[in-house]
Design a protein around this ligand. Sequence first.
Ligand code: NOJ
Length: 559
Amino acid sequence: MEKTWWHTSVGYQIYPRSFYDSNHDGVGDLRGIIEKLDYLSDLGVNLLWICPFYKSPMDDNGYDVSDYYQVDPLFGSFDDAKELIEKAKERGIRIILDLVMNQTSDEHPWFIESRSSKDNPKRDFYIWQDPKLNEDGSIAPPNNWASFFGGSCWNYDERTSQYYMKIFSNKMPDLNWENEAMREAMYDMAKFWLDCGVDGFRIDAIAHLAKDLTFEDSEMELNEDGVAPDWKKFSNRPRLFEYLAEFHDKVLTHYDIVTVGEVGGGADVEDAKNYASYNTKGFNMVFNFDHCWYNGAWDDFGRTKGKLPVDVVGLKKRMNHWIKGSENEMWIPHYWLNHDHPRVMSQYGDPERYHRESGSMLGMLLLSLPGTPFIYNGEEIGMTNVDYEDVNDFRDVWIKTFMQEAVKRHSYEQIMNHLRRTSRDNARTPMQWNAQPHGGFTQGVPHQKSVSNYTWINVASQQHDRTSIFSFYKAMIQLRKDSDYTDTLVYGDFELIEALDTELYAFKRNYDRNLVFIANFSDHEKDISSLNISGHLIINNYSTFTHILKPYQACLIEV
Ligand code: NOJ
């Protein structure tokens, strides 16, 4: 493995809709990001992943693209995008775009043509199948496969009496990657943005490009929607890797860029190597979701209220599985959450009683791991899940289908508990800049309600406080960039200490230096005298360090 710039980069994901609204129409925009570049520079991050800002009807907040070559007016103009790329570069910050290649919007001109007739040249850009006929003559979807957003993964189109495939919402038809003209059009689009100066891509939903083209029913048991959630029918299929190799050869290999694929929950570390091992023609790394839902929120399904216990041993095991499983074979990114997951502060931290301590501990842990870290906007100030009391405050398209079934089986209170823990909207609330209305995100009406704790959890109150969560993120980023520590923190060996301890998260990092990271993941004191750790304290989120760790205390020690 050759050392390269994106190994030592510190990533930061921006959900543009909710980051900063410069024109006060209630939706964040590209000029808003430009205005906050100095903030990002101060934090020290140097690789921005920005969620889609292409032209879109916004059924799924931009993952339904209707024109890849234009910026949606909600977010600004193409000139704003160019200015953002340039101004970021001036500050040493590179930008990667979210490349959406699995589907378009149903309002994309390709789909409008495709659905117009069976013999349209674009018909085959998408996946069309005849209905199944029931015994009574009525029609049914071509097979029993489920969609990620609920219900069937097929939608009927009366114009030509066929179904099109859509593994997300009805307004997001899946592209047919068997079609060469479509693939070439995608490659041209990727080149266009690279030639505009972006430094790479996060590639959306990449595991799903290839489908089981027999379209046979799944044998899996049907779920409550009467469909089979058999994701293997359109995930990690062998043909996919042929498409990726072609994309690599025709586009990616010609640029000095970084690519991060989203492979989701279906791919374990061995599958991930097919996408990103050092000798694969794919991506530089892939995001996995293994650690994102680790507090049992889905199993609990809102039966209880409040914070769920954290399975620290399980969390360590999951993360270790990826770190050790990829050693010497594949580079990996690390992140606590993205725009599809709940806030890490609410999941593994303690926002009520130990906000500062648990938030800084989580940041120090993330930034002490090997690989390339990605921080999600707002994580650096310890933003939390929503506190909504009304289901109508949620915005996610997925919730509409979810509610249709959920109300039949669960009480309103249970559903609300569940959504407050699991909904994607938890990560999509307005960024909390200050204690002004809506956290200073907008002077208009925000597209989604803010979390009411913006009055005390905000950037203004933390940016200049040396003991804040923000300051610990900043200090750790500086440490990763400090040439004395970069090699050890980025490339060093990783070894868990006390892997079976249910409260400690501790590990060694070794390269040219020997570091020990130790964190108390609990809300009470923890005796660590048996570990005999002594050495030079590099960073500590409390003012003292003894063999009794305080609640959520974290330290990095040179031994
Ligand atoms: C993954 C994205 O992160 C998510 O937000 C989106 O809904 C789906 N892919 C579909 O593009």
